[in-house]
Design a protein around this ligand. Structure first.
Ligand code: AMP
Ligand code: MG
Length: 320
């Protein structure tokens, strides 16, 4: 597939790709501080820090999701068996919190070969990292509270302790008020149409939660009302989505029905189906926040690739 860039886009991307950018040290100092703040809070709350898995037979289908735009899925053969690169650790998180420990987080690298049309959206990368967490028996509101604390504390600490870095980046950052407002996707669609994410992001002063978004099988859906108990966190100033999460499905019949409904292969999700059938799959809730997107917002950057020393911008394969 051919995708031609305009001159304006080329010079813009050249500035994003500059490895010797004088802003990079400030950005990385802020990222270090934010990661320390968030991981310290989680460890204090008795979440266990799990190291990531990168190759697996089973990964997030990323389908059906309204934001879906994958150009190719990477499959390689190891020891004669086909494995995929990790698109998200949702399957592994669900299994792990069911077996124990019940509260976990991972700094999880994800590989998603996004459409090259997303080169200049400012928010897409083909390799990025989620701070991904899951908590057995937690509900939507517990995860809201937890991330409100992670987000506001990170911003507070950066504002207080990293004035010099914010100055270098000319970033005037505001500490949000909590709790964040909660909207239903249908209300926003009614008001703003299909472009709701961009509109609510441009018009709100603080981050907002959006719930009830039809998407992948593992998010909980009330079959009586049709309502999905899932959520996105949308950042202000036009930065858009930074987190997705949900309460999860745990019942065998529902999981099977939704996997079939979505046209997925049952074999790919055999372990969670087996656990669910034996009633060993615990209900849980969780979310993953995109680290680069969150840092982009804190630093007030144009493109999420500016957060990465070695940017992974859709359509561009650099030497390093
Ligand atoms: P998801 O569950 O697919 O929404 O992914 C969780 C979070 O990871 C999103 O809310 C984003 O912050 C981040 N994320 C997802 N896809 C990308 C991407 N292509 N580039 C950068 N960050 C991403
Ligand atoms: Mg999402």
């Amino acid at each position: 597939m051919e995708y031609r860039l305009q001159d304006k886009q080329i010079s813009y991307l050249a500035s994003v790709m500059r490895i010797n950018d004088s802003k990079l040290p400030a950005i990385l100092r802020i990222q270090s501080k934010v990661l320390k703040t968030m991981t310290d809070i989680l460890l204090e709350k008795d979440f266990q820090w799990v190291l990531p898995v990168m190759l697996a037979k089973s990964t997030d289908p990323l389908w059906p999701d309204p934001g879906y735009s994958i150009e190719e899925r990477i499959e390689v053969e190891v020891y004669g068996t086909k494995v995929k690169t990790m698109q998200s650790m949702i399957v592994h998180k669900r299994v792990l919190v069911s077996l124990g420990p019940e509260k976990i987080f991972i700094l999880s690298p994800n590989i998603r070969i996004e459409s090259r049309k997303r080169m200049t959206t400012g928010k897409h990368l083909y390799e990025f990292t989620q701070l991904d967490l899951e908590s057995a028996y937690a509900k939507m509101r517990d995860i809201f509270q937890l991330f409100e604390e992670l987000v506001t504390k990170s911003i507070e600490v950066v504002k207080k302790e990293m004035r010099r870095e914010l100055e270098i980046l000319s970033r005037d950052l505001r500490v949000p008020n909590t709790p964040f407002r909660v909207y239903k996707r249908s209300e926003l669609e009614k008001e703003y149409g299909d472009n709701w994410e961009e509109e609510i992001s441009k018009t709100s002063e603080d981050p907002v939660w959006v719930t009830d978004i039809p998407r992948e099988f593992y998010d909980y859906q009330d079959f009586e009302t049709g309502e999905w108990r899932n959520y996105d966190l949308i950042l202000p100033e036009g930065y858009g989505e930074v987190l997705s999460g949900a309460e999860r499905e745990y019942e065998y019949e529902k999981l099977l029905k939704k996997i079939t409904r979505d046209g997925l292969r049952k074999e790919d999700y055999r372990i969670i189906l087996d656990l669910a059938e034996k009633k060993l799959l615990k209900p849980s809730a969780g979310a993953g926040i995109g680290v680069e997107r969150f840092i982009r917002y804190i630093c007030g950057l144009k493109h999420v690739g500016e957060v990465q020393p070695f940017p992974r911008i859709p359509g561009i394969v650099p030497d390093l």
